[in-house]
Write a protein that binds this ligand. Structure first.
Ligand SMILES: Cc1ncc(COP(=O)(O)O)c(C=O)c1O
Length: 415
């Protein structure tokens, strides 16, 4: 948790996001962050700069092209540093779903008939379907089901399922419905005893603190940059020793040029360059709160992560507590965040009203939320929830404030 008794300066944070001053959005409490986040002005500025001055084909020697290419490379380098990866271990693709389909297509070649692939029923479908399709190539698909009493994925269950035939394990770092943070490091430790490749879905985790992929020791890790304050892109990390040997999914002549081998079509240029703005935002956040200049990017991120977690815990726990106390409402997952064990992604449903009705009523009080299965339909099926009506999800991030918490509690009470 936060050291040095420093707290997140929420007014400063909000001043960095133009959406809080925009006539369309300014009066709303925004609770749909797990769907997609607002962007800080640094990202908008970087995007505008690219589109205004350097919107040409990058990597030629004339200035506009050179600057465009340099900025794209710089964005990749910064993101690699932020998550403790090497530059050639990350690729920026169109979405997590696309990245994982391409990856599964590449990984299918390592499988022999009878090999096993473990998927969960807690994940978003993006980290299930691409792996289940390996069944078409002879793999046996094993489902690691979450516990119906506390909605957690139990390590003891994994230990029963994993064995020397297991080749791939796809698991979420944090479910977009349950919100619990799964112990990915421990999961990787277990999996690696059997030489299993672990694919971690960090889409619901990364907006609450960028991961240290080397510390997790995960083989592949993915998150969607449009949920971490950027444009509609997604990052895929892969350990170099695995990535470099994967069959090429790109043009034939690019054989061997990883990570492009797993990124057919390449990144969206202007959006990639605008990712520099995410780094700049976090850097500004760091220097607003701390003054040690002799610190690595990774250490800065770790300090900001702690500030963010503490703030999120403060604003989310009253909502978890309230929902848990209501007999007519069913809260999914843990009823309290303690020590980063849960994201402030809060899903619930009612015994009396449809999720749609609740969500629409919340809109009347300017609470931006929605009802849905959020593509975690296996998770909702397992919980016995109608996947069309789904759950109401109140997902917060570090720019939500105490006023948002008060607004949603008062709106829930009224409706
Ligand atoms: C946990 C989780 N995983 C994967 C995805 C898919 O991400 P994308 O929209 O980038 O394909 C989402 C999207 O909501 C998600 O919440």
């Amino acid at each position: 948790m936060a050291q040095e008794n420093i707290k997140l300066d929420i007014d400063y944070v909000r001043s960095q996001f133009p959406a809080f001053k925009d006539p369309i959005s300014k009066d709303w409490s925004f609770f749909e962050n797990a769907g997609g986040s607002y962007v800080p002005k640094n990202v908008i500025d970087r995007l505008t700069e690219f589109m205004t001055s350097t919107k040409v084909q990058p990597y030629a020697e004339y200035p506009m092209s050179k600057i465009a290419g340099d900025n794209m490379d710089k964005a990749t380098e910064l993101f690699a540093k932020m998550i403790n990866a090497k530059n050639n271990e990350i690729l920026i693709g169109g979405s997590t779903s696309v990245n994982l389909y391409v990856l599964s297509n590449a990984l299918k070649d390592i499988l022999s008939p009878g090999d096993e692939v473990i998927v969960t029923n807690q994940d978003h479908e993006a980290n299930i379907s691409p792996w289940r399709r390996l069944g078409d190539y002879g793999a046996k698909i094993i489902e690691w089901k979450f516990n119906l009493n506390d909605h957690e994925l139990k390590i003891s269950e994994l230990e029963k399922l994993i064995n020397s035939k297991t080749k791939i394990l796809a698991v979420t770092h944090c479910s977009n419905i349950v919100g619990s943070v799964n112990n990915l490091k421990q999961i990787c430790d277990i999996a690696h005893q059997y030489n299993v490749i672990v694919i971690g879905d960090g889409v619901s985790y990364a907006p609450h603190g960028f991961p240290n992929v080397k510390d997790l020791d995960v083989d592949f890790y993915t998150f969607s940059l449009y949920k971490t304050y950027g444009p509609h892109l997604a990052l895929l990390y892969g350990k170099e020793e695995i990535l470099k040997n994967l069959p090429n999914q790109n043009h034939e002549f690019l054989q061997g040029q990883y990570p492009y081998t797993i990124n057919p079509g390449g990144p969206n240029h202007e959006e990639l360059a605008s990712l520099i703005g995410i780094y700049e935002y976090f850097d500004n956040l760091y220097f607003h709160h701390f003054n040690n200049t002799k610190i690595s990017i990774l250490e800065k991120i770790s300090k900001i992560n702690n500030l963010i977690s503490e703030h999120e815990q403060e604003i989310a726990n009253p909502i978890l507590n309230y929902l848990d106390s209501r007999k007519d409402l069913n809260l999914i997952g843990k009823n309290k965040i303690t020590d980063k064990n849960r994201a402030p992604t809060i899903s619930f449903y009612s015994n009396k009203k449809s999720s749609r009705e609740i969500s629409n009523n919340l809109h009347k009080y300017k609470i931006a939320t929605r009802n849905d299965n959020f593509y975690a339909w296996r998770c909702l099926n397992h919980l016995g929830i109608d996947t069309d009506d789904g759950v109401v999800r109140l997902s917060m991030t570090h720019y939500n404030n105490k006023q948002d918490t008060e607004n949603v509690l008062s709106a829930l009470e009224k409706i």
